[in-house]
Design a protein around this ligand. Structure first.
Ligand SMILES: NC(=O)c1ccc[n+]([C@@H]2O[C@H](COP(=O)([O-])OP(=O)(O)OC[C@H]3O[C@@H](n4cnc5c(N)ncnc54)[C@H](OP(=O)(O)O)[C@@H]3O)[C@@H](O)[C@H]2O)c1
Length: 272
């Protein structure tokens, strides 16, 4: 599979790294274009992939074209690669860019929209993706191979799930890091050295996630197993309920979803 990247920044690099590590493609099958000369030099030196400054050239002979630029740079990038050949499929990871705006911007009908997340940097992404009706079965399999090299992937038939995924898993690492930060600070507040607090919190979160995955139990059932009547955990949970932790999380993600929908609409109207 020949893959072209438009944009070799944080996400473009993470994808190149995963594709090579999981042997989805070899360095000679990957070409990356980026406006920054230092990014091109870095990617070429670090991963042995070809790099170019010219977007129109980079797509020549590619089966899959990955759009990995910031939303504000998408229109120009699409203008430069307009009129792909019918056999080529474009895969965008640009937040808020709808299939409609991508098809219009590229003047192309085989388009995939994916929402990976930041742990793609270590091959632990949660990626949600969908495709237009113009994407054939073989092209979907190709995209799935690429996206599964980033971590977990899930295909959805309905595009509206992509805006939901943007709010939940796309932005999700930020919520988790904020929670972890506060958790560690709490350990420091009650007197633990920061390094010990960080180790305790990190392993507690890792262990809890693995327990959830391995037992397949509902989180509430697992929480009940830790909560002795009248004990310390119950005391802490009371404070978290008083602080409206649940409704804060629900409201935060609902707000992120509304924002994602507004972004998609403004993209479709060509306002971004
Ligand atoms: N970061 C995340 O966690 C995450 C998660 C999911 C989806 N995404 C999406 O992934 C996309 C890329 O994000 P990122 O964090 O990788 O951004 P980034 O680090 O800024 O990477 C984009 C790269 O593209 C270059 N570029 C700009 N215009 C270009 C053009 N016309 N042709 C070729 N290259 C161009 C940029 O160069 P300059 O810096 O010199 O402009 C930069 O090196 C975004 O649309 C974002 O919504 C990101």
């Amino acid at each position: 599979m020949k893959i072209a990247f438009i944009g070799g920044g944080t996400m473009g690099e993470a994808m190149v790294k995963c594709i090579l590590t999981r042997k989805v493609a070899e360095p000679q099958d990957i070409v990356v274009s980026d406006v920054s000369a230092w990014r091109r030099e870095w990617l070429n030196k670090e991963y042995r992939v070809s790099t170019l400054a010219d977007n129109a050239k980079v797509i020549e002979g590619a089966d899959l074209i990955v759009l990995a630029v910031k939303p504000q740079d998408l229109s120009q990038a699409m203008e430069e690669i307009k009129n792909l050949s019918p056999k080529q499929v474009a895969l965008s990871i640009v937040a808020g860019a709808s299939l409609l705006s991508l098809c219009q911007g590229l003047n192309h009908r085989s388009v995939i929209r994916a929402m990976p997340n930041m742990p793609a940097q270590i091959g632990q992404s949660m990626t949600v993706w969908t495709a237009t009706g113009g994407v054939g079965q073989e092209q979907k399999q190709m995209a799935q191979r690429l996206l599964s090299s980033l971590g977990e992937e899930i295909y959805v038939a309905e595009e509206r799930y992509l805006d939901m995924a943007t709010a939940l898993s796309g932005s999700g690492p930020a919520y988790v890091f904020l929670f972890i930060e506060a958790f560690i600070d709490a350990g420091v507040y009650i007197g633990l050295p920061r390094s010990i607090s960080q180790k305790l919190v990190t392993q507690t979160i890792l262990g809890s996630v693995h327990t959830l995955q391995e037992t397949g139990k509902h989180p509430a059932e697992l929480r009940n197993m830790v909560t002795s009547p009248g004990g310390t955990t119950a005391e802490a949970l009371l404070q978290l309920e008083k602080g409206n932790l649940r409704s804060s999380i629900l409201e935060a993600i609902a707000a992120a979803y509304e924002k994602a929908k507004r972004l998609s609409i403004s993209f479709s109207k060509g306002e971004s």
